[in-house]
Write a protein that binds this ligand. Structure first.
Ligand code: PLP
Length: 424
């Protein structure tokens, strides 16, 4: 078989398996939009079944803070694999303890006690349960457009009706305030167990709140006795140009959730980090109320410890600030030339969203970017916003390359589609 015949066979096999055994409608949509098969990856680059390279500006939806297969993280995982992969769970594990200590050192204020899970949504589940057990209250306040995950609890505090409706009834006692609106929040917070907020809404369309918002949430929680859960699953770990987006606002939440970039994109891991008083109020009497078999396993902890070292030692938050400023400025310059297609470009650090005037443009822009060797992705709760969220190790030259591709892709979309009417 020639190389190209082998590549074609791999594509066909993978597509057919997705179509027949994974998710038939999604398989067809991915095929129509020209999605290739990923085969290997390194740094900012993914290589497909044809050997073509892509700059990954979807960034695994924020997972690949350190790029793919960072050598220090891979080495740490390899070494751990030779010692012990998963925990027996009946003994202490040194890596889990070390990771919890390291997170206590790095997270703001007196956040100290960590619980480890395997994903963002599990971290959120843990935080919600912690809040109920600690406060003995039931109500949660979320924000409209928020995304916290798709398990029942996390979905219950998430704000996209299309994702929620088929699974009703979700958790009772959940109310939503418009994101960024402290007056609305003040009217809802009184008897709440917790307010859960993303410092910047990622999947909601990269929505950046007014500068005083997080401090206002903190004050309202202090006044009402509700806990402040900051969901930093996407914004944390350097993404927004600081170790945590809460640091940018100078705010210490009661509970912080983390996942995505926590292991530098090598192992799945999620966590919440809580203030000791909150954790004690919930679990001091029964430490086994909330547990996970795989959460905080040695491989994931080894990866996270190495990833946190790289994040801090290489000051990737500073690179996120510098490269993010270039990406934002470049995308805004392009947007200004296509005012009928692009409504706004916004973001913080390397979490950048391009709001289109009609989602139809995205259906051309994303595949056209792909043709030019750049990945991008929709935000999950807002189909008119395309995210540009490359690894924090991205270089200025790679930003420039992606921006050139973006410019061409927008030009193709506008030429092909003309002026689309914005849906009201
Ligand atoms: N919280 C936030 C802010 C997220 O952006 C996401 C995923 O995009 C989640 C939670 C859920 O994470 P996971 O998909 O790992 O369950």
């Amino acid at each position: 078989m020639t190389d190209s015949a082998a590549a074609r066979a791999l594509y066909d096999e993978t597509y057919e398996n997705y179509r027949d055994y994974v998710n038939p409608p999604l398989a067809r949509v991915m095929k129509l939009s020209g999605s290739p098969v990923e085969v290997s990856a390194e740094g900012v680059t993914i290589v497909d079944h044809n050997g073509k390279s892509y700059l990954d500006f979807a960034g695994g939806y924020g997972v690949f803070t350190l790029g793919y297969r960072h050598p220090r993280v891979v080495a740490a995982v390899r070494a751990q694999l030779d010692a012990m992969a998963l925990s027996g769970r009946t003994m202490f594990n040194p890596l889990l303890g070390r990771l919890a200590k390291r997170l206590a050192e790095l997270t703001p204020g007196d956040l100290k006690i960590s619980f480890f899970a395997n994903s963002g949504t599990e971290a959120v589940e843990g935080a919600l349960k912690l809040a109920r057990a600690a406060t003995k209250r039931a109500k949660f306040v979320g924000t409209q457009g928020a995304f916290h995950g798709k398990t029942f609890g996390a979905l219950s505090v998430s704000g996209r009706e299309a994702f929620r409706a088929p699974f009703a009834p979700l958790l009772a006692d959940v109310v939503f305030a418009p994101f960024g609106d402290l007056t609305a929040l003040a009217a809802l917070v009184d008897d709440a167990a917790a307010v859960i907020v993303e410092p910047v809404q990622g999947e909601g369309g990269v929505n950046v709140p007014p500068p005083e918002y997080l401090r206002g949430v903190r004050e309202l929680c202090d006044r009402s006795g509700a806990l402040f859960i900051a969901d930093e699953v996407q914004t944390g770990l350097g993404r927004c140009g600081a170790l945590f987006a809460c640091d940018l606002a100078g705010v210490v939440p009661d509970v912080m959730t983390l996942a995505k970039g926590l292991s530098g994109g090598v192992m799945p891991i999620g966590a919440y980090v809580a203030r000791p008083g909150v954790w004690n109020a919930a679990y001091a009497k029964d430490p086994l109320l909330h547990t996970s078999t795989f959460g905080g396993n040695p491989l994931a902890c080894a990866a996270a410890l190495a990833a946190l070292d790289v994040l801090v030692e290489d000051d990737l938050a500073a690179n996120a600030r510098a490269r993010g400023a270039e990406l934002l400025a470049g995308a805004r310059e392009i947007a200004a030339r296509y005012p009928d297609a692009i409504a706004e470009v916004r973001g913080v650090g390397l979490l950048v969203g391009v709001e289109l005037r009609n989602e139809g443009y995205g259906g051309t822009i994303i595949p056209e970017l792909l043709k030019r060797g750049v990945t991008a992705a929709w935000t999950l709760n807002q189909q008119r916003v395309i995210r540009l969220e490359p690894p924090l190790i991205v270089t200025a030259a790679q930003i420039a390359t992606a921006l050139r591709a973006f410019d061409e892709a927008v030009a193709v979309a506008v030429e092909r589609l003309g002026v689309l009417v914005c849906p009201t």
